[in-house]
Write a protein that binds this ligand. Structure first.
Ligand code: MIC
Ligand code: SF4
Length: 639
């Protein structure tokens, strides 16, 4: 077996491990972060569970840390109290980004983890099967339910040779994205192996696994070996180590080979992580902003490389440089060894250890800016400045670029190497343990609003096509995130005014005037974040179904969980047969779903009939017909 099959088979509780069929796996650990966490906990509370049933559940507060009004602080207080009450640990704001902290302090080889954040696969760098999911799936897993997924194909990514010329782990995943595209990983687990893996530290592996999310992959996984052992030992968690690797005769569904020796620094150009070019071709471009950090590139070694490059120098006059260490462990170690002082002296604006500019929580660049970031997403408008051009690069490229003010190619500079510490600084005093808190009252400020609930599928669905969108619509289009909107993640009515606004600023108004309707889209609809808000807000607006050429995995299950039909065109060209404003009609969707895998949609304006597919397990058919997971649980309870 390969590593993926080993972990899956050890956790299988439902179904058969046959590619494409539905399986249920036991979940050992969960994580939430604050921007998706409030909804996940409201949903968890509605299930009436006293305590979580997992081995470990952690609630992180790392996204909405800008407190320019009471809203974010309200959310923090709610999450802290509701989590502690239900047996969940809390990583307080200031402790770091969920994925970095989880990797350092809680990840364990061979275990399963789901998180209400699409970059949960970061812990794949530790040999875990770590999967991003919607908040509701995480709430269910906290209650002890399995996670249901489609048995993925397993792609072998063989790494040959060793990185050189200041090419970095980031360049490895950018190369995979260049080869496979943002749709290339859908329905797949990317499993890394080969000689090249041995030369990569756990945080470097985590960088690669992290950005597997941008491939649309179910997750990415590395073996657990001597390098994993050394990392856990340095984290004073040696007893968590178990070795785990693929059998010599392991089978894979596909294979990709990457020669690390030949790799040179790369950049993902605007506005997609797969629009990858060599940095050497971008050297003429002037840069206004450089941001270093995020769950992709904010480990100790990443930051130390940046400090080494900046030491004794000054950033270019045109550049604003921000640095956000990934965790308090990293931050404290940089402060103690002087690296922080080197960055400050060079002109870095040091931010707290949190998601920060990655999610548009401040540091939006100026109009038409070129912003060079070590992050994982450069979707249109995500930086908070719609006219900005965001490029994604390694910490090495970012640091050299901050000094030169135009794209700098690290391959032209002496090799920067950092030794992994033998011992990381351990201080878990910002991780609250529920055992230490008795009789907790859940704190609900005015920002905590109830979430919308779907009803059983209507017998007759009729409505207007409110929008027809292109391929690769991201969750940042469907439910934009920025410093102004993120404080309302627990307030769906407020957010509803901004749904799909980057595509059509009038979408929300049209939806409200028409009492809901249909969304029509191209391929890979809903790529990006796990945010359930991209389904909850359309639900609130009365969206009945999304007709698309194809869907991204997490978004599709968020739609199903919330009782919205995700229909795929049998013939993708049929998308052209629907225009904004057309009246669509679906007769007894539930009966159609139960009878087979196709749903017929009638375009009453053009008179044309459109065939769509929705192939679901019987379990998911029940969920959809009932009007989503919570409605189904309630119906079962009534029975
Ligand atoms: C993101 O990177 O887009 C986020 C913010 O971390 C999201 C979660 C969210 O929407 O809050 C993710 O990746 O799932
Ligand atoms: Fe936070 Fe950015 Fe990572 Fe999302 S991608 S978890 S916003 S650092």
């Amino acid at each position: 077996m390969n590593v993926t099959q080993k972990i899956l088979s050890a956790h299988l509780v439902y179904g058969e491990m046959k590619t494409g069929s539905e399986i249920g796996i036991k979940i050992d650990q969960t994580l939430t972060q604050d921007s998706t966490g409030t909804m996940a906990y409201l949903q968890f509370e509605s299930m009436g569970m006293k305590k979580v049933q997992t081995e470990l559940s952690v609630a992180y507060i790392d996204h909405n840390t800008l407190q320019s009004g009471f809203e974010n602080a309200d959310d923090h207080a709610y999450i802290q109290s509701v989590a502690l009450k239900h047996g969940i640990r809390v990583s307080k704001p200031g402790n770091g980004i969920c994925h970095q902290v989880h990797l350092e302090r809680f990840s364990r080889p061979g275990k399963t983890l789901i998180g209400s954040d699409s970059h949960t696969p970061t812990c794949g760098g530790m040999g875990m099967l770590a999967i991003g999911a919607g908040g509701l799936d995480v709430a269910l897993a906290m209650g002890g339910a399995p996670l249901y997924i489609t048995m993925p194909e397993v792609v072998k990514v063989e790494l040959k040779g060793k990185l050189s010329h200041n090419a970095a782990a980031k360049d490895v995943i950018l190369e995979v994205l260049r080869l496979l595209s943002v749709k290339g990983g859908v329905g797949k687990v990317m499993e890394y192996c080969g000689e090249g893996v041995k030369s990569l530290s756990v945080p470097e592996r985590a960088t690669i696994a992290n950005m597997g999310a941008e491939l649309g992959a179910t997750t990415s996984v590395f073996p657990s070996d001597e390098v994993t052992h050394a990392f856990l030992k340095a984290q004073q968690r040696e007893s968590d180590y178990v070795p785990l690797c693929a059998d010599p005769d392991a089978q894979y569904d596909a294979c990709v080979t990457i020669n690390l020796n030949a790799l040179r620094p790369l950049a993902a150009c605007p506005h997609s992580p797969d629009n990858v070019k060599p940095v050497s071709e971008l050297k003429h471009i002037c840069v206004d902003q450089v941001c270093i950090g995020s769950c992709t590139n904010s480990s100790y070694a990443d930051m130390m490389k940046v400090a080494a490059i900046l030491k004794g120098k000054t950033i270019a006059p045109s550049v604003s440089l921000t640095v956000s260490p990934g965790s308090r462990q990293v931050f404290a170690m940089l402060a103690r060894n002087g690296a922080l002082a080197d960055m400050i002296a060079a002109g870095a604006r040091v931010l707290e250890c949190a998601c920060g500019p990655c999610i548009g929580m401040g540091q939006s660049p100026k109009t038409d800016a070129v912003s060079v970031r070590t992050f994982n997403r450069n979707f249109y408008a995500r930086s908070g400045t719609a006219s900005a051009n965001v490029y994604l690069v390694s910490p090495e490229t970012a640091a050299f670029t901050a000094l030169t003010g135009t794209f700098a190619n690290p391959a032209e500079y002496p090799q920067v190497s950092i030794q992994m510490p033998e011992r990381f600084e351990i201080n878990d005093n910002l991780i609250l343990r529920p055992e230490s808190f008795q009789n907790i009252e859940v704190v609900r400020g005015p920002n905590i609003q109830p979430f919308p609930r779907a009803k059983a599928l209507q017998k007759e669905m009729r409505g207007k096509t409110l929008i027809v969108c292109e391929d690769n619509i991201t969750t940042d289009h469907i439910m934009p995130s920025n410093a102004k909107l993120l404080p309302y993640r627990s307030n769906i009515p407020y957010l509803s005014d901004y749904c799909l606004a980057p595509v059509d600023p009038d979408f929300s108004r049209k939806a409200k005037e028409n009492g809901g309707g249909f969304i029509v889209a191209g391929a890979n609809y809903g790529q990006g974040s796990s945010r359930e808000h991209a389904a909850l807000v359309p639900l609130y607006l009365g969206i009945k179904a999304v007709l698309a050429v194809s869907f991204a995995r997490i978004h599709k299950s968020n739609l199903i969980n919330n009782g919205i039909l995700p229909l795929e065109f049998v013939n993708p060209a049929d998308k052209e047969n629907v225009r904004a404003g057309d009246e669509l009609y679906i007769a007894d969707a539930c009966a159609q779903i139960r009878a087979g895998d196709t749903v017929t949609v009638k375009n009453e304006t053009s008179g044309k009939t459109i065939q769509t597919v929705l192939s679901l397990s019987d379990r998911l058919k029940d969920v959809l017909c009932a009007g989503g997971v919570l409605a189904q649980i309630a119906a079962e309870a009534q029975k």
